[in-house]
Design a protein around this ligand. Structure first.
Ligand code: EPZ
Length: 431
């Protein structure tokens, strides 16, 4: 077990290079199961969710070979089983993508129910199941999900999603890539990682059109072939570093991003008085003056991302005036607010809205990471706070942020990762 010790109150200066997108990688790695050949995947982030998914693929009979730390070859020509062991699958939410990928390629899958719900609400997968059933699968849900295509191969179908779901959109896309006929997903999610998964599959021979709009058509093909693909940069990792400099002050160059993907975050930070200049694949982010209040509502892309909500609320806790943050995607994603109160923030949560009264300063404290983005928020708060903070449960943070301690040290943060004796209380996984 490790924890972070942070000496706060130091502005950030320098450059940070953004890694491959976690939420694209955790779909694209399972999607390699659809390929009867070798996929070379570049720009893979080194995070624990990726390690776990690659281990699962190996257990299913895939061969996995790293060419560099961020480039991997996955050969799924000789898969030996469609049953995923509970031990690994249970640890990550994204293990649900194994269902769509295995169903799509082999017509059957057995995967333990993905962990998750520590946003405080339920995280259903009914829309995923609705899609599989429409495509001719029988699905039984219990501790495990058993899914089988009635005729051994999925069949193209029309699926209207009742809620805009990233996971259901990607899972149905995978199940449909090798199906017999055309599948249409209406009310599809439009996040950059949806487009990335479609581009990955198309580069291996799939025929997917409309990804990035709310109607996606997947024309089933008989086989996918070997190929190589580079994952997009991580919008949320970039946004997190931008939020960090907004909170601490200073100036950083955020490198290796797609600025268009950042528009929803950039616009809000600018309203708060952060100066941002776009140059090719970089953003120069500077905060020298006061932070100003604003209101934010999280929405599916291209709205403000829910995965930046804890980080931006932390920044707003230091802004002048009262801000309202409304969570439009998850029922409850404010568990971290109690930790911020311990650092001197003034936040009142009323249902899906947090009323944030800006304070002049935060003060270092011992806090814990409740989940991945809540953990990122704790890091930002600790960097901005006066004095020393200790953050426990950092394994959540490392599920989604490559080398966060080193990247922060490189821009002048005083943060170190140290062994801790007491294991933190067990938490359920999300992501
Ligand atoms: C993905 O989760 C991300 N996880 C989450 O990232 C992210 O918060 C979320 O999308 C929204 O952007 C991964 O990519 C692994 P959804 P996902 O299905 O796909 C409801 C992070 O910090 N819903 O788009 O599970 C659901 O309850 C995280 O990186 C149903 O009702 O989210 C929620 O209210 C954590 N039925 C809304 O839809 C379903 O079948 C959006 O969920 C599915 C979802």
């Amino acid at each position: 077990m490790t924890k972070y010790i942070v000496q706060g109150g130091h502005p950030l200066f320098g450059e940070v290079h953004i890694s491959g997108a976690k939420n694209a990688a955790v779909a694209i790695i399972p999607a390699a199961l659809l390929v009867d050949g070798v996929c070379r995947i570049e720009n893979i982030p080194q995070i624990s969710d990726v390690t776990a998914l690659l281990k699962i693929l190996e257990q299913l009979g895939a061969s996995v070979r790293f060419l560099t730390t961020s480039s991997v070859e996955i050969d799924c020509s000789h898969i030996t089983t469609t049953q995923v062991s509970q031990e690994l699958a249970h640890k990550i939410r994204a293990s649900y993508y194994l269902i769509g990928a295995l169903l799509g390629r082999f017509g059957e899958a057995q995967v333990s129910m993905p962990g998750g719900c520590n946003f405080g609400g339920v995280r259903p997968i009914d829309q995923h199941v609705k899609g599989f059933v429409a495509m001719g699968a029988e699905v039984h849900e219990g501790d495990y999900i058993f899914a089988r295509a009635k005729d051994g191969r999925m069949k193209g179908a029309s699926v209207y999603l009742d809620v805009v779901s990233v996971g259901a959109t990607m899972n149905i896309m995978m199940a449909a890539a090798l199906a017999d006929g055309v599948t249409t997903i209406e009310n599809a999610a439009k996040e950059p990682h949806i487009v990335d998964l479609a581009n990955f599959l198309n580069s291996m021979g799939a025929d997917i059109k409309g990804a990035g709009t709310d109607t996606i058509r997947i024309y089933g093909v008989d086989q996918l072939h070997s190929g190589s693909y580079a994952i997009i940069p991580d919008q949320i990792e970039a946004g997190t570093y931008m939020a960090a400099v907004a909170a601490t002050g200073g100036q950083i160059l955020v490198r290796g991003i797609i600025p268009k993907h950042m528009d929803c975050i950039t616009a809000k930070l600018q309203e708060m008085g952060v100066e941002i200049e776009e140059q090719d694949d970089t953003l120069l982010v500077r905060r020298s003056g006061k932070l100003m209040r604003t209101n934010i509502k999280t929405l599916p892309y291209p709205g403000f991302p829910t995965d930046m909500q804890p980080q931006i609320t932390t920044v707003l806790s230091l802004a002048e005036g009262t801000s309202m943050v409304t969570e439009g995607v998850w029922d409850n994603r404010y568990r971290y607010a109690g930790e911020l109160l311990r650092m001197g923030a003034q936040i009142r949560v009323e249902g899906r809205t947090a009323v944030v009264e800006g304070v002049k300063k935060l003060t270092g404290a011992s806090v814990q990471a409740y989940d991945l983005r809540a953990g990122a928020a704790m890091v930002i708060a600790a960097l901005a706070a006066e004095g020393t903070s200790e953050i426990t449960n950092v394994q959540y943070i490392e599920r989604g942020y490559e080398d966060i301690v080193q990247k922060l040290c490189d821009i002048g943060a005083r943060i170190e990762c140290v062994e801790c004796e007491e294991p933190a209380p067990p938490q359920r996984q999300i992501g």
